[in-house]
Design a protein around this ligand. Structure first.
Ligand code: THU
Length: 135
């Protein structure tokens, strides 16, 4: 539990760095990888709106750049009325690097939080097994 609180704290800290002048909606994400390292990301918007990136994508990119490849725990936080869930695209991105039973903590800056899992967020997900005939 102490570890989980630390992960939310890291997500809240990096959220402050978000570049969100268009939506005004700052998001922070922290990931723990298999070797215990922490990786953080925030959303980075762009005046060409579709070019913006989500907090989860930033944290995943930081993890991969550091040389880690598997996620063991995830936390996402925003100033939202209810705990903020990853968008659809980010659910697929997280599933690339996390097993289905990996815990995802969704949080608000006001202190609400709930726990779910990668599999619960993306039921029936597309994975490499579906490409068995081409790989
Ligand atoms: N956003 C994230 O960073 N992660 C999500 O999973 C949901 C949405 C960002 C994208 C955009 O910068 C802002 O929140 C509003 O959609």
């Amino acid at each position: 539990m102490a570890e989980q609180i630390a992960l939310i704290d890291e997500a809240a800290r990096v959220r402050e760095n978000a570049h969100a002048p268009y939506s005004k909606f700052k998001v922070g994400c922290a990931l723990r990888s298999t070797d215990g390292n922490l990786h953080v990301g925030c959303n980075v918007e762009n005046v060409a709106y579709p070019e913006g990136t989500c907090a989860e994508a930033g944290a995943i990119a930081a993890m991969i750049a550091q040389g880690d490849t598997r996620i063991t725990e995830i936390a996402v936080i925003a100033d939202s009325p209810t705990p903020v869930p990853p968008c659809g695209g980010c659910r697929q991105k997280l599933a690339e690097f996390a097993d289905g039973d990996v815990v995802v903590t969704l949080a608000t800056t006001a202190g609400l939080s709930e726990r779910t899992s990668v599999a619960a967020l993306l039921p029936g997900s597309f994975d490499a097994g579906h490409m068995a005939k081409v790989t």
